[in-house]
Structures are given as C-alpha cells and as structure tokens.
Design a protein around this ligand. Structure first.
Ligand code: ADP
Length: 162
C-alpha cells in the first residue's frame, strides 16, 4: 500500500457511458490505483439498481489495469478516506459542469481536506450524458455509439421488458 497513489472516481453511473470510460482510462494512467465508486443513494431514483450499475462498470472497465470498482453509501469523502486515497477524480465536460463541480469540490475539501482533480473529457465523448442515454434508449434509439456493448444490452433488457 505505502507509496501507492490512489484516487477515487465517484459517480452515479446510471448507466456508465463511453465518456465515463474515457475518464477512467485517463485516471488509470495518472494513478497507481483508481477506485471507481458507484454511489448508492436510496433516496434518489435511478434506472438501474446500485448493484446493476456496479456490475456494468466492472464489466466495461475489466480490461483497464489498476482499476477496481466498488459501491458506497453516504459521504463521498468518508469513502475516499476508507480507500486510503487523498484525491477525488472528476471529469469535466462543458462549461455547464463547472458550477456544480466547483461547489462540490470546495465542499468536499472543506469537509475533509481531500482535493479534487479534474480531467477534460475526450472531445469525441464530452457531449455524452447518462440522462440522454436513458432518454434515447427509452424511446427506442440506438445507443451503441454512446455506451459500451454490455450497457447497450442491459438497456435493451431493462427497457424492453418494462
Ligand atoms: P454525478 O451525478 O455524481 O455527476 P455521473 O455518473 O453523472 O455522476 O458523473 C460522474 C463524473 O463523470 C462527473 O465528474 C461528470 O462530470 C463526469 N462525466 C460524466 N459524463 C462524462 C463524459 N461524457 N465525459 C467526461 N466526463 C463525464
């Protein structure tokens, strides 16, 4: 453990997209160990259960070295502490992400001293959002250019049987 640099990439991942995977690859290249942390918030509605979201990220990221995927409830900074990490990784897309991310990063730093590191999304994946993926899939659209194959299948199964 000692000397290893660990970062935590938290998110809802409902579902994981090619944009998230781009950030995961960048994070894996920057740190010895990247923990992708799937947030489980029972008070918030999500299309997929936390366990389904975890399984989808795990499968999609299985070939990226140095990455583990976990699930957490409660404060992100507490989970980061339990991982022995001192950095939160987040992705930045457009200008519109900035305000929310700024508030979140400073709140987390005030709570714990943990810094948030931002990486810019790949320009080809920066427009992708889980919300629009859910919307397109629910209307029967083809999401294969937006999500990994296992997520496309899971969306078909979930929405096809709904
Ligand atoms: P949250 O609801 O916590 O923002 P998300 O799963 O939507 O959870 O996003 C997690 C992180 O991934 C955020 O930092 C978000 O900006 C980033 N992200 C989401 N989509 C993309 C994308 N297409 N490219 C790069 N980063 C992204």
């Amino acid at each position: 453990m000692s000397g290893k640099r660990t970062a935590v990439y938290p998110g809802v991942f409902d579902p994981v997209t090619l944009g998230h995977l781009d950030i995961i690859k960048r994070g894996a290249a920057l740190f010895d160990h990247l923990v992708v942390a799937v947030a489980s918030n029972p008070a918030k509605q999500s299309l997929f259960t936390p366990e389904q979201r975890l399984a989808m990220v795990r499968e999609a990221a299985s070939d990226i070295r140095g990455v583990t995927v976990d699930i957490y409830e409660g404060l992100t900074v507490e989970f980061v502490g339990r991982c022995g990490a001192s950095v939160i990784l987040r992705g930045l897309r457009q200008h519109s992400d900035f305000e929310y991310e700024y508030q979140l990063a400073l709140t987390n730093r005030t709570l714990s001293g943990i810094e948030t590191l931002f990486v810019m999304a790949d320009e080809k994946a920066a427009y992708i959002s889980s919300r629009l993926v859910r919307e397109v899939a629910s209307l029967g659209g083809d999401v294969s250019a937006l999500v990994p194959p296992n997520v496309r299948e899971a969306l078909e199964e979930k929405l096809g049987s709904a």
